[in-house]
Design a protein around this ligand. Structure first.
Ligand code: ADP
Length: 531
């Protein structure tokens, strides 16, 4: 029997994306497909999603879902090379944006919208005419977390479930509602299931019912066991530690590739030939209305404009830095909290020619931002993995990032007082703290480092060449799937196929960096094939 995987998600680039979740799920699906695996993505039929699929056809109706009857459509995504099942209920999913109203408020029926997605996954696992039954259901984030709960209710036992935590801060917390509104038996709405402090908590229930929990970086896996990063779920996570494994995300190195990026209009470059990066910088300065000054230090910010991303701190630190450093320029791409958007626009007005802001979401602009900037400012109060700094690094743009989450694993910063020979290993700058002063002095440090051309140039090269593709991580997922279902022929992925012992060693090395192994190092639950 060939391995069949069902990935349940709200986002998968290029079908739908609002942040790193979409990139991670799309990237993993593509990497697994490259090995010939039977991968199917199940996601809502968001507005326009079906237009990106080939061979769309209606499979069946699902009458008993929360929010009313829905239809299941199937198609093929050429960009990802995998099958896609779309859950169609236009009243629930055919809206301007995925999660929030134009005013930025969460849709008030989000609980029902994502309960329906999870229940649809359970129907697929149970068996539907015309749909292949998966060996493993891999749910991503709170949107899909209830899949394992519905599967439990349906009595589906042989199909294993994985829940990947892309961000523990988003849990799907809603006021308690009658169980029948979610299509659940009342016993699932107790403290042993969805109930948490009198409310519904989708993520918590997924943690309790999934066979395995994966976390998108080793450092974040450790952090979420603490109150600061566990966001109230640290004790639930601690209780499930024997089911947890950290598998870092990868990035799509074909897409984020300075040497082939079509968004750069021919001005491509490589780690050894950076001439065209200067042309990209000039183009970026022009696009953001900045002075055409090659010698300026061009600092970019590109992210959701939220408290998580420390936009409040940036709003204080950037004017201080602009005042202190006359050669500093800033360009910002982002959207998010309305107040932050307004204040950033005002900041640009205060520093004409030195600060430019684009409020909005644009994939093309993100590529050009990373290509043209000297450095990327990426403050974060928490950062499960941190794709954006890696994208910047691929273009020789040095990340200046908070020392949290996955960025601790992916950015090499030998420290403030490192000797020169150690600096030659660096790929970026990490800073502690959440005060404007912390961020401003990190920017100053970058500006000072760039005055040492050999060090800066080496950092750029290191950053561009750092291994970060899915070929590191997709094989670890394949091994995990296999270990959960040793009765099914293995799923292949890009990258080398590791032997079980190598997987364990690999995970121990990454998890612990030399510390004694804990249960976090256990790649898979007991009774599986990884020795
Ligand atoms: P998070 O998932 O917390 O938002 P990540 O850095 O892991 O953070 O991933 C963010 C993803 O969203 C990246 O692909 C980044 O380029 C993209 N992104 C965020 N804001 C924008 C924007 N305004 N325009 C284009 N891409 C954006």
């Amino acid at each position: 029997m060939a391995f069949e995987l069902l990935m349940v998600t709200s986002e998968a680039w290029p079908l739908a994306k609002t942040g790193g979740l979409g990139d991670a799920v799309g990237g993993l699906a593509k990497a697994l497909r490259s090995g010939g695996a039977g991968v199917t993505i199940l996601m809502p039929a968001w507005r326009g999603t079906q237009d990106q699929l080939a061979g769309m056809h209606r499979v069946t109706e699902l009458p008993g879902l929360p929010g009313g009857p829905a239809e299941l459509y199937a198609g093929y995504c050429p960009a990802l090379g995998c099958r896609v099942l779309l859950l169609r209920n236009d009243a629930l999913y055919d809206r301007d944006s995925l999660y929030v109203t134009p005013e930025g408020d969460e849709y008030d029926d989000n609980a029902v919208r994502f309960a329906a997605l999870s229940m649809a996954a359970a129907y697929v696992a149970q068996g539907l005419p015309g749909v292949t039954v998966p060996a493993v259901v891999h749910a991503h984030d709170w949107h899909a977390a209830l899949a394992s709960v519905y599967m439990h209710q349906f009595g589906v036992q042989d199909i294993k479930t994985i829940l990947t935590l892309h961000n523990v801060a988003f849990q799907g917390v809603y006021p308690m509602m009658p169980a029948e509104q979610l299509g659940l038996y009342p016993e699932y709405l107790t403290a042993d299931g969805l109930e948490y402090w009198g409310k519904l908590n989708f993520l918590k229930a997924g943690l309790l019912y999934s066979d395995c929990i994966t976390v998108v970086s080793h450092n974040y896996a450790r952090e979420i066991l603490t109150p600061r990063f566990g966001c109230g779920l640290e004790s639930v996570l601690a209780a499930r530690i024997d089911k947890m494994v950290a598998i870092p995300n990868g990035i799509d190195t074909m897409l984020w590739n300075a040497g082939r990026d079509t968004y750069l209009h021919g001005k491509t470059f490589t780690a050894d030939r950076l001439e065209n990066k200067v042309a990209c910088k000039t183009a970026l300065q022009k696009a953001y209305g900045l002075d055409a000054d090659r010698g300026a230090f061009l600092l970019a910010m590109g992210s959701r404009l939220t408290e998580q991303k420390m936009v409040d701190v940036a709003l204080q630190a950037l004017p201080q830095a602009l005042d202190a450093m006359p050669k500093l320029q800033v360009c910002i791409l982002g959207q998010g909290e309305r107040r932050a958007e307004r204040e950033l626009v005002q900041l640009a007005q205060r520093y004409p020619g030195r600060c430019g802001v684009y409020i909005g979401y644009s994939e093309a602009r993100a590529h050009r931002l990373h290509a043209g900037a000297d450095a990327l400012l990426h403050g974060s109060r928490f950062e499960p993995f941190g794709l954006t700094p890696l994208y910047a690094m691929r273009y020789g743009t040095i990340p200046i990032a908070s020392r949290v989450g996955g960025m601790v694993d992916t950015i090499v910063d030998p420290g403030l007082v490192a000797e020169t020979n150690r600096l030659y290993r660096a790929t970026g700058i990490l800073f502690d703290g959440e005060a404007a002063e912390d961020m401003r002095s990190a920017i100053e440090r970058a500006v000072t480092l760039r005055q040492r051309p050999l060090v800066w140039r080496t950092m750029q090269r290191n950053a561009m060449l750092a291994p970060m593709g899915w070929e590191q991580s997709a094989p670890l997922y394949s091994q995990l799937y296999q270990s959960l279902r040793p009765d099914v022929a293995p799923i292949e992925a890009v990258g080398p196929r590791l032997q079980p012992r190598e997987v364990r060693r690999n995970l121990q090395r990454r998890n612990g960096r030399g510390r004694a192994a804990s249960s976090l190092d256990a790649v898979v639950p007991a009774g599986t094939s990884v020795a």
